[in-house]
Ligand binder design. Structure first.
Ligand SMILES: NC(=O)C1=CN([C@@H]2O[C@H](COP(=O)(O)OP(=O)(O)OC[C@H]3O[C@@H](n4cnc5c(N)ncnc54)[C@H](O)[C@@H]3O)[C@@H](O)[C@H]2O)C=CC1
Ligand SMILES: N[C@@H](CC=O)C(=O)O
Ligand code: NA
Length: 437
């Protein structure tokens, strides 16, 4: 059989990982794919930079379009990252009848609807397993292995850099900035690390998860997104005393009236599986009506893990080259004409537990007023903690975890508490996740 020629766009962390893996496991990969898969051309910004892989036999240049238009290239592997240039290259590859593999969640989250429509029309496949949770085969799990289920919710740690920073801060006493610099050195962080710390990267991934779980279009701009920068070490401590860990989660959840798509710091019971996921590791729970809860854990970033998914996509691509396009796994899990536009809910309609911290004058009746306000909105209390603040001797800090409640009700309570004469500035609110795992 003829070898399959890969045109590689980008030879950075992931690109080098792919070249290395294809060479290291060449014989097993060929036995699985049925054909030899080889990178024949690559484009990079600076061809003279040193590489973390052996590039013997690869023609390295700077012109991505020359690769996309090369008739000898069978599959384009997009690993340059970013949005517009990657979109143009992928659309050009599709137009020239080439299959595409990408690790670019930014690209898929923002342009996937257009890209998949073009790919379906051209009879080619765009694969993107590495785009969500790096090496964890979560796309395949949701799209294929759980295809019999009505997916009720998906919740996970889907940004390795953010989880690494939170773990370093909690266990190593490292500052936020130091931990981020370390994540960058280790190759986990995005080229623009604000994508990691502001929750944008997680929102890109959640857009993809939500779409393949619920059969809705990719809806990145409708995702509620909050990053990890605002998490105070005091709240990490208080949460621990209350029996919780603060994790940065992406949550896609069905309600009767629509779907919640949200990314934010979340209190997770220390007994929950997700609470024990540390460092750059990712973990995703998927709840299907037939299967119940399932968990997928592993490395969400780094050269080897990400290359593992990219190469698996290349193998899949090679295998399905000979399959009738109508018989292939649909890009977004559901047949393209079965994608529906369900309402995507906004904050007032989110339903979950809540944590809040409020500093008040330490007077008789204050706690009673706070609990009365909660009761008036029919919000149950899960746990209460009271502490002296680090300064302001006559004040008290009150931390409350509520039972699940519609966020619109909780906001009324918090507005009321803020308006009380003895309430100080700086009320903190975070959401709490309840999982069955
Ligand atoms: N690093 C990781 O752990 C993971 C990365 N990804 C995604 O994989 C993709 C690649 O990420 P990394 O390898 O980490 O990036 P990187 O910054 O290490 O490498 C990017 C490569 O693309 C080349 N490049 C960029 N723009 C180019 C252009 N216009 N023309 C020619 N070459 C160009 C650069 O020279 C470099 O070789 C991104 O979409 C990223 O989000 C996905 C999962 C994990
Ligand atoms: N920057 C991302 C890389 C993988 O997607 C992360 O930290 O998770
Ligand atoms: Na993956």
């Amino acid at each position: 059989m003829q070898p399959v020629n890969i045109g590689l766009l980008g030879l950075g962390t992931v690109g080098a990982g792919v070249v290395d893996l294809l060479s290291r496991n060449r014989s097993e990969i060929t036995r699985r794919a049925g054909r030899d898969i080889r990178v024949t051309r690559a484009a990079v910004r600076n061809p003279d930079s040193p590489r973390d892989c052996d590039t013997t036999g690869i023609d390295i240049g700077t012109d991505c379009h020359a690769i996309v238009n090369d008739p000898d290239i069978d599959v384009v592997l997009e690993l340059i990252g970013g949005e517009h240039e990657a979109r143009d290259l992928v659309m050009a590859a599709i137009a020239s009848g080439k299959h595409v593999v990408t690790a670019n969640k930014h690209l898929i989250a923002l342009h996937g609807n257009e890209i998949f429509a073009a790919a379906d029309a051209a009879g080619v496949v765009v694969s993107f397993e590495a785009a969500v949770a790096g090496g964890i085969p979560i796309i395949k799990a949701i799209r294929e292995s759980l295809a019999a289920n009505h997916i009720e919710w998906v919740a996970g740690i889907i940004n390795g850099t953010g989880n690494f920073i939170l773990s370093q801060m909690m266990f190593e006493g490292v500052s936020f900035e130091e931990a981020l610099a370390d994540a960058q050195r280790r190759g986990f962080a995005e080229a623009d690390p604000t994508f990691d710390v502001e929750g944008i990267d997680a929102a890109h991934k959640l857009a993809i998860i939500g779409s393949i779980a619920f059969g809705i279009p990719l809806s990145f701009d409708r995702i509620y997104t909050q990053g990890i920068r605002g998490i105070a070490s005091d709240d990490i401590e208080y949460a621990a005393e209350l029996g919780y860990r603060i994790k940065h989660l992406g949550i896609a959840r069905r309600q009767e009236t629509g779907v919640e798509l949200r990314v934010h710091p979340t209190l997770v019971s220390e007994k929950a599986l997700l609470a024990s996921v540390e460092g750059e590791k990712n973990a995703i729970m998927v709840y299907g009506d037939a299967v119940g809860p399932t968990v997928y854990y592993g490395s969400g970033a780094g050269a080897g893990p990400t290359a593992s998914s990219v190469v698996a996509d290349l193998i899949d691509t090679v295998r399905m080259m000979s399959v009738d396009p109508k018989g292939r796994v649909p890009h977004l899990a559901f047949q393209p004409d079965q994608i529906t536009h369900e309402p995507i809910l906004t904050e007032p309609d989110f339903e979950c537990g809540h944590y809040f911290r409020v500093q008040v004058a330490d007077q008789i009746g204050v706690m009673a007023e706070i609990t009365r306000a909660l009761a008036e909105q029919q919000i149950g209390i899960e746990a209460i903690l009271q502490k002296d603040p680090p300064t302001a001797e006559d004040d008290a800090r009150v931390m409350i975890v509520t039972k699940p409640a519609r966020e619109r009700r909780l906001m009324k309570v918090l507005d009321h508490i803020r308006s009380l004469p003895y309430t100080r500035e700086g009320l903190v609110h975070m959401r709490v996740a309840q999982f069955e795992d």
